[in-house]
Unconditional design. Structure first.
Length: 459
């Protein structure tokens, strides 16, 4: 029998206290943080949906494995276990450990990039785009058209538009394209999944034109779940087998293990080409560490090796996707516009749709982020013109294609009652939505401004 109530497929063995606060206290905290939730202290937050990266709760088996950590500088046993786990999953022979995903991005895209080079993706995320643009290269996003229709019930809105890919290859020249990056699931595109068919088509195009095909695989298990449920021919395959098939299509992959490896720190870069691997190895040694630890401790590698197995467990993945969907559908029922269907790791709210009275140059997404914290102590992140907006030569904002707010749910951390509390907060968000005010930027860095920018309310 299928019951409606979602229960966590685990028991809680250790707890961490949440500091409760009043709305007046949170208003003061927010002002001191310059209306940027990244600048809040963690004990000022009730529900932390800022990111699902590195915020997972590790299992008893992961903690036990950490006690076996071999902290030898070179050739540690923990490295051997880590390497085997990554190789068994990806099938790629050249594996470099890194302290997190953006380190793998910096090494690979820094080597491949530079002036006159282009990277093409379904949608580049913030650190990916920053590493590419920092090298002097350009990043092009070509999601499918369905990704722009927030309400359309399309099963794979994370797909890359292969017709546009063919057009860009002709326009830019295949020798100028450093790589095609397929992010699964498509984080900046609403956490939407990518189909296996789309990955096969991209792989064939890249092989034809001798272009490197890179899989950004930090949420590969969640993407495999959606393929299993929605794509013909995959219902009888295990989630792990689906992931392995997708890896087989790519030439290289980067992973932030802080997502679907269920750990608090770590990542890797894996490749099939020895020449590319040799070049990246040199950069790894210069900036991360020796090749058998790459910025990680032995205990980190032990936890990752276990997490890469646990994340494909059927009960866990079913719970993970169902609980995220529950939150999205509950607030949608209340009239909150979201990207639908709900993705795997987060619920994405259309802030421009919720706050039509706030113009894009007053950042409706940042306004909603601040309101969620002020009203309910919920910390989340804007994915819109703060994160991806640019300025023209006259200093005028070029808005991002979408003005979103992401509620990223940590893995194995919050219970059903926490999620129900978040749903309840949206009753008040809707009640006072007409009084929400926009913001303007007072101070910002050149790259990744959303992390440290200062804002003030528009009067």
């Amino acid at each position: 029998m299928n019951f409606k109530t979602i229960i966590e497929p685990f028991r809680i063995k250790s707890v961490e206290p949440i500091s409760m606060s009043t709305e007046s206290e949170r208003t003061a905290f927010l002002e001191r943080a310059h209306f940027n939730p990244f600048l809040l202290k963690s004990d000022q937050v009730i529900i932390d949906f800022l990111t699902d990266s590195g915020t997972s709760a590790m299992s008893s088996n992961q903690w036990a494995a950490m006690m076996n950590g071999d902290e030898s500088y070179a050739g540690a046993r923990s490295w051997e276990r880590f390497e085997k786990a990554v190789h068994d999953l990806t099938g790629m022979p050249y594996i470099l450990p890194t302290h997190q995903g953006r380190a793998a991005e910096r090494i690979l895209y820094g080597h491949l990039g530079g002036e006159g080079k282009y990277f093409i993706s379904n949608t580049h995320f913030d650190t990916t785009r920053a590493n590419i643009e920092y090298s002097g290269a350009s990043a092009h996003d070509i999601p499918v058209l369905e990704a722009r229709d927030f309400s359309a019930n399309h099963p794979f809105k994370g797909n890359l538009d292969t017709k546009q890919l063919q057009h860009l290859i002709t326009e830019l020249g295949e020798k100028n394209i450093a790589a095609v990056i397929l992010t699964v699931t498509n984080n900046s595109g609403g956490g939407q999944p990518v189909s296996m068919q789309n990955a096969k088509e991209i792989s064939a195009i890249c092989k034809k034109h001798h272009i490197l095909f890179v899989l950004d695989c930090c949420r590969i298990a969640e993407n495999s779940y959606f393929i299993h449920e929605r794509e013909k021919g995959y219902h009888e395959k295990s989630f792990r087998e689906i992931a392995q098939e997708m890896f087989s299509l790519a030439d290289a992959c980067v992973m932030s293990a802080k997502k679907d490896a269920l750990v608090n720190m770590g990542g890797f870069l894996a490749m099939r080409n020895k020449e590319l691997a040799d070049a990246c190895t040199q950069l790894l040694i210069i900036t991360e560490g020796y090749t058998t630890y790459g910025g990680l401790s032995g205990r980190d590698m032990e936890a990752i090796a276990v997490g890469l197995v646990e994340v494909f467990e059927a009960d866990y993945l079913k719970y993970r996707i169902r609980s995220t969907t529950y939150l999205g559908e509950k607030i949608l029922e209340k009239g909150v516009p979201i990207i639908y269907p709900v993705g795997g790791h987060a619920v994405y709210i259309d802030a421009k749709g919720l706050y039509p009275h706030i113009p894009v140059d007053q950042y409706p997404g940042q306004a909603l982020v601040c309101e969620l914290y002020r009203i309910g102590g919920i910390r989340c992140v804007e994915i819109g013109s703060v994160m991806f907006g640019k300025y023209d030569d006259h200093g005028k904002l070029i808005p991002a294609p979408m003005e979103l707010v992401r509620l990223a749910i940590p893995r194995r951390v919050y219970t059903q009652s926490h999620i129900d509390y978040v749903v309840e907060v949206f009753d008040e968000i809707i009640r006072v939505k007409k009084s929400a005010k926009g913001l303007k930027i007072k101070q910002e860095p050149k790259f990744l401004r959303h992390f440290t920018a200062h804002f003030e309310l528009v009067k």
